[in-house]
Each structure stands twice: as structure tokens, then as C-alpha cells.
Design a protein around this ligand. Structure first.
Ligand code: LLP
Length: 412
């Protein structure tokens, strides 16, 4: 499952220091190719918004989604344009609200907007009549690998509540906005019988809305295997369910309908690794602790959701590795929750791993999505460097932040 071999990782860690994010371009291109049946693959860059990876995506024919002004500027720098390319806008802004700066930017640059609230339509209409919009619908139920990634139902802030669709359409008509399509993203993680329900809801919504559309978007949420033995998503089956829904919608509307998919994790998760160095080990009663020079300031998913990431160990001295039960923790953060081996709810676990010593490297797999993009400067830890493995084009794609840069904004 590890896309880059140990020898390369050890060399990169020595050259660029740790913690270090390492991505494999070939894996990303292979994931893009798996979704070729969809008319448009739109990358949800919240999963990983490094400009070099965005450029790679664009060159592979992928379109992009942005959820903030920062993500819009990243997309533009990576060469995406708001214009229609291959039947869909190169860049779409998806959110549940407009902050004032983003509203101004979106209106001026004519960036298509996927609106998650009726207030967004009310604010966009007067400043940009005729603007192209999508409606993100909350169908009244959701699904997620954790409660924190369920984006549908009454407890979620996301999307326009399904019963408010007529009101949204009234605002669209009143302001002469141009409705491109309906979008539904109800969470991360795939369950096919649940997906059939989602597709059915999309068909029913379109049949009952009394307004024409050009496109539908499935949102993202395609799962990836984080643990050995977990099955990868069946992208053909996924496409077939949505294609059948699209065909029913086409029959109802009497013209072709464009089918978009908007994955984040699927395109980048297993292309990314986080390499950290073991800097201390401790025996605490019956517990053996392995302390790394990284923490949840880099990889937040275990602390936030109890997410599981496979780990491997690279011996610094080439010795053969025994196994040992260990609790793997971040060393640098002053937080007892800074534990990489934990379940949802903060239950600390041990894991049977190769016995790591100070100076060895620990490699986290499946770290390409929601890794670097969710990093913080907590405890004034500078952002780690990012490296892309891409044959002769292999290179650093983000240098390590310095402490001077980190504190510069306060030098007033
Ligand atoms: N589209 C929309 C509107 C979304 O809100 C999301 C994710 C996606 C697409 C992409 O979902 P994906 O294909 O990556 O599952 N930080 C969490 C995931 C939060 C997802 C938020 N929205 C994690 O680390 O699992």
C-alpha cells in the first residue's frame, strides 16, 4: 500500500528533515483515471490544496472546487479558470455562506457558486445578476465515517434544506440567476444501498422542482481503505448508480444532463505519507510510548476522529526489527490527546508495530488527504515541508516554514 519505498523515504527525510509529507504523483493520476466515466471530476481541494498538486490535477483533466477565498486564489494560481472547460466551470466555489471579501471576488471574477444557503442567493443576486449557481441540497439525512463528517440531516449546518428548494428557486427567478444544477454531498464514506436512496432523492427533487437544470453533482465522499484488508470503493458500481439517476433525469427533462463527481480523499489519500523521526521512547508502567517529532498539529485525524492510519518503521541503522506493542504519540505538543493510536472518543490504544528506537523513522500511510491541509501552528510549530515524487520531476513542493515566518505577523 505504501506508494514510495523505504530507501527513498529515508533519503528524503535526511535531505529535507522531518516531519515531511511525501506524495506520489503516479498514484494520484491512477485515481483520476479510475473516475474517467464521469463527465467532470472536480477535486475538493480541502483534502489537499498544495498548488503543485492542483496543477498536477489540472494537467490530468480534473476541475476544482474551492471553499474559501484562499482556495480560490490557490486554484487560480494553479491555472484553473472560472470559464467553462469541457462542459463545466473550471472552478466552482462551494460554501454555506459568503464572507464579504469572497462575495466580492466571486462576483467580479464570475466564479460559479454552489450555494448552501438561500441567503447566499439573496446576497449574490443583486450584485451579480445572471450569475451561474448550483444549489447544494441537504436531503434530510446524511452519512459519515464519523459524526463529524456527516454533512446531511437536521444536525448538519450544510446545504439548503430540501423543503426550502421552492424558496431558493423563487430567489433565483427574482434575481435572474442562472441555475446550473443540483448538488448533494451528504458525508464521507460509501454504503451502496444508502447511495441508491441518495440517487432516488436527487431524481425526485429534479422531477418535482419545476425548473430546468444542466447538471447534477454527486458531491464527494468516496471512501479509501485506511486499514489493511479494507476494500477499495467500486468506482464502476458508484458510477452506474449515479448514471442510472442521471438517465431518469434526462428522460424527465428531455435533454442531456452533465454528471459531476467531487471527491477529495479518493484522489489523494493513499498517495500521501507523513514521515516523522522517533526522538524518545518511554516505559510508563505497562505502556511503551514511542514519541515522534510530529503531532496533531500535522496529522490531526487520529485526535479529531479517532482515525486509523497504518504505520511502518524504517530502522536508521539497517537492523532487523522485532515487534512490540507501542502507544505512538506526538512528542512536541503539550496535550495528552496528542496520540496517533486512539479510537474515536479519545480511547488510547497500543498497536503491535516494529520496535522503533530513537533515530528511526515512523511512516504514516493514507495521509495525503486532510493531512497537510488540516495542519496548524499549535505550540508554535512551523508547517512541515511537502515533497512530490514524480520521476525526473520529483521535487520539494512546499518548503518548511521557519519560526521567523511564523512570528512575523506579530512584528507590528
Ligand atoms: N464536497 C463537499 C461539499 C464536501 O464538503 C466535501 C468534504 C467533499 C466534497 C469531499 O469529501 P471526501 O471525498 O474527501 O470525503 N476532515 C475530514 C473530512 C471532512 C470532509 C468535509 N467535506 C477527514 O479527515 O476525514
Amino acid at each position: 500500500m505504501q506508494p514510495v519505498n523505504d530507501q527513498t523515504l529515508a533519503q528524503l527525510a535526511q535531505e529535507h528533515g522531518t516531519p515531511l509529507w511525501v506524495y506520489d504523483a503516479a498514484t494520484i493520476r491512477a485515481r483520476v483515471a479510475q473516475l474517467a466515466q464521469f463527465d467532470t471530476v472536480r477535486f475538493a481541494q480541502k483534502a489537499n490544496s498544495n498548488i503543485h498538486l492542483l496543477t498536477l490535477m489540472r494537467e490530468a483533466g480534473v476541475h476544482v472546487d474551492a471553499v474559501s477565498l484562499g482556495e480560490i486564489e490557490r486554484a487560480l494560481q494553479a491555472g484553473f479558470t472560472p470559464a467553462q472547460t469541457h462542459g463545466a466551470a473550471g472552478l466552482v466555489f462551494t460554501c454555506d455562506l459568503f464572507d464579504r471579501a469572497t462575495l466580492a471576488r466571486v462576483a467580479a471574477a464570475k466564479i460559479e457558486v454552489n450555494c448552501g444557503s438561500v441567503d447566499m442567493l439573496r446576497q449574490l443576486g443583486p450584485v451579480s445578476p445572471g450569475h451561474r449557481v448550483w444549489l447544494r441540497i441537504n436531503p434530510g439525512y446524511g452519512h459519515g465515517h464519523s459524526n463529524k463528517t456527516n454533512t446531511g440531516g437536521e444536525n448538519s449546518k450544510h446545504g439548503i434544506w430540501h423543503a426550502e428548494l421552492p424558496e431558493a428557486l423563487a430567489v433565483i427567478r427574482a434575481h435572474g440567476l442562472h441555475l446550473v444544477g443540483l448538488h448533494m454531498h451528504i458525508g464521507s464514506g460509501v454504503d451502496y444501498s444508502h447511495l441508491e436512496t441518495v440517487c432516488g432523492t436527487m431524481v425526485d427533487l429534479v422531477k418535482n422542482m419545476g425548473h430546468d437544470i444542466e447538471a447534477i453533482s454527486t458531491g464527494g465522499g468516496l471512501s479509501v481503505p485506511y486499514r489493511e484488508g479494507e476494500q477499495p470503493v467500486d468506482t464502476d458500481h458508484y458510477f452506474q448508480l449515479w448514471d442510472a439517476a442521471r438517465k431518469q433525469i434526462e428522460a424527465h427533462l428531455g435533454h442531456p444532463v452533465h454528471l459531476e463527481i467531487e471527491p477529495g480523499r479518493f484522489l489523494v489519500a493513499d498517495a500521501g505519507l507523513l514521515v516523522a523521526e522517533v526522538r524518545a521512547t518511554k516505559q510508563m508502567g505497562g505502556n511503551h510510548f514511542t514519541l515522534l517529532d510530529t503531532g496533531f498539529n500535522e496529522l490531526m485525524r487520529p485526535a479529531m476522529y479517532g482515525s486509523y492510519h497504518e504505520m511502518s518503521v524504517i530502522a536508521h541503522d539497517g537492523r532487523a526489527l522485532d515487534t512490540q506493542h507501542a502507544t505512538v504519540v506526538g512528542g512536541p505538543l503539550c496535550e495528552s490527546g496528542d496520540v496517533f493510536t486512539q479510537r474515536d472518543g479519545g480511547v488510547v490504544e497500543t498497536r503491535l508495530l516494529p520496535a522503533a528506537q530513537v533515530g528511526d523513522y515512523v511512516v504514516f500511510e493514507g495521509a495525503g488527504a486532510y493531512g497537510a491541509s488540516m495542519s496548524s501552528n499549535y505550540n508554535s510549530r512551523p508547517h512541515a515541508a511537502e515533497y512530490l515524487v514524480d520521476g525526473a520531476q520529483s521535487r520539494l513542493i512546499r518548503r518548511r516554514q521557519t519560526v521567523a515566518e511564523l512570528i512575523a505577523l506579530e512584528q507590528l
